[in-house]
Ligand binder design. Structure first.
Ligand SMILES: [Zn+2]
Length: 501
């Protein structure tokens, strides 16, 4: 079966084939570790995860690398030429406030003026979040690369770019990439030099441009001895630009000048990915850096843009710990919610959506438990020719159509199963991509939380029903439902089960 993905470079759906048949090489832009990652960030990280898992589903060996940006990501990151302050260093003030409010706990980031402590704290937090949400690469320390551990290869590439005439040292001592030296600049984003100069989207800084050959020339290295994170270099003690890290780490760790897939959020298309392409191709002389550029679109919350001022700027922790919706959410439920809508549509994150995802996760978890009991230790082998896996795979191969894939699984999970051992093997294969069932032990404990004596309330509801006190029975039902329980009454009595979201 051919796998088809949308390639942002050609603006079309293309058949995917790896450059080398034995291995898929894939790079994903990871977090800038100056704050907790929000659910929009994680939509993009999980999008990369399901690309990888889909390729593995079809038997590909995938080498997936993700970076951690812990230096050089500037505050004016939507401008062609960057600029502003390093986000790591400008985070100090906010973290001091977050420590006062308790958002950053006591004992963490002892010295917020030390960007290494900031990076360390938020890197750990990111990896914890990522592992909870089943991001496979987060379990592979060798494939998670920190920018600050790779300064030497960045200096090597900058030297290479200067030698090849793609970079120069400006009168201000900053090393710039010369955008005019690279003919294909703008091909990915449409922000060609012509468009930029005519003011498209105000993507050029208004500040003094006299140090640069072209206003869109962007920083590769900045000599700045006052910067706390700094390294010696042929161009003075200072720090690297944000874009160069990804070009270098992808090439170095994946071991090829041309990789198969590069992913990120759509906000990274310009300037970050445009600049990565210019640097990588400038250095290697190849006609491509990544064959496929794949981008996940924005996430909205209840139909609105996520923003700190609107109070709907949710981190993963806010959702899991109930601050976003008022109900604790299991990580598997959040994972499904973030992967189920198509990556090329803006995603609308809603409480209703979480409830739907919780129902799917619970259904698959219960189905699995039922199959396990029926299979009674027996196992079976299945191939992708199994009718359910065939349909599931077809949906994935069709540019990652997860809603269609899930729509294959749900009716099957409700159907009469003749061979439980075989069905279990099918479900395991499906779950190698979805990674949402089984849920594990936390669910049982989560169901006991909430401070309600659920058994006593169910009993009281049965007594009220027996006495035909419908008002009281309804009131108890409302109380249970408000606390996140599904309530079912039958002649055998009332049963309340905790919803997962
Ligand atoms: Zn990147």
């Amino acid at each position: 079966m051919s796998i088809r993905f949308y390639n942002s470079l050609s603006n079309s759906v293309e058949d995917f084939q790896p450059v080398e048949s034995d291995r898929v090489r894939m790079y994903s832009c990871g977090p800038t570790v100056y704050d907790f990652a929000h659910i929009g960030n994680f939509r993009s990280f999980l999008f990369a995860d399901v690309i990888r898992r889909t390729l593995e589903f079809f038997g590909h060996d995938v080498h997936h690398v993700m970076n951690i940006t812990d230096v050089g990501h500037m505050t004016d990151d939507s401008n062609a030429d960057g600029g502003g302050e390093d986000k790591m260093e400008s985070a100090a003030q906010r973290i001091k406030e977050d420590k006062k409010s308790g958002k950053v706990p006591e004992g963490a980031v002892d010295n917020p003026d030390d960007p290494y402590q900031i990076a360390d704290y938020y890197t750990k937090a990111f990896l914890e979040d990522a592992q909870m949400l089943g991001l496979k690469v987060a379990f592979e320390p060798e494939n998670i690369l920190k920018a600050t551990d790779n300064i030497d290869i960045m200096q090597d590439m900058i030297t290479e770019l200067i030698e090849k005439g793609h970079a120069y040292v400006g009168p201000d001592g900053v090393v710039y990439f010369s955008v005019e030296s690279f003919d294909d600049y703008g091909k990915l984003s449409g922000n060609t030099l012509e468009n930029l100069l005519s003011g498209a989207g105000g993507r050029i800084n208004e500040t003094d441009q006299s140090n640069k050959k072209h206003p869109a020339d962007f920083m590769l290295w900045k000599a700045d001895p006052s910067h706390i994170m700094k390294w010696d270099s042929p161009w003075g003690t200072g720090y690297p630009g944000w874009h160069i890290e990804c070009s270098c780490m992808a090439r170095d760790r994946l071991g090829k000048d041309v990789i198969d897939i590069h992913t990120g959020g759509e906000d990274l298309i310009f300037p970050h990915h445009e600049c990565e392409i210019a640097q990588s191709r400038g250095a290697t002389g190849e006609d491509a850096f990544a064959r496929f550029w794949m981008h996940a679109r924005f996430l909205m919350v209840e139909g609105e843009k996520m923003s700190k001022s609107k109070g709907n700027f949710w981190t993963v922790r806010d959702v899991l710990e109930g601050r976003a919706t008022g109900i604790n959410v299991h990580p598997a439920v959040l994972r499904l919610e973030l992967i189920k809508s198509h990556y090329r549509s803006n995603m609308n994150f809603t409480k209703k959506g979480l409830q739907d995802s919780a129902n799917v996760v619970r259904k698959l978890t219960e189905f699995r438990a039922k199959l396990e009991a029926a299979a009674d230790g027996q196992t079976a082998e299945v191939t992708l020719d199994h009718p359910i896996l065939k349909q599931f795979g077809e949906a994935l191969a069709d540019d990652l159509n997860f809603s269609k894939a899930i729509a294959v699984v749900l009716p099957w999970a409700s159907s009469e199963i003749e061979n439980p051992a075989e069905a279990l093997a099918v479900l395991d294969k499906i779950n190698s991509v979805l990674a949402v069932a089984p849920l594990g032990d936390e669910v049982e404990t989560a169901a006991d939380e909430g401070g309600l004596d659920v058994d006593a309330l169910c009993k009281a509801m049965d007594e009220a029903r027996a006495a035909k006190d419908w008002g009281k029975s309804d009131a108890i039902r409302d109380e249970l439902q408000a606390a996140g329980y599904d309530v079912k009454s039958s002649p055998e009595g009332t049963v309340a089960t905790k919803r997962l979201a």
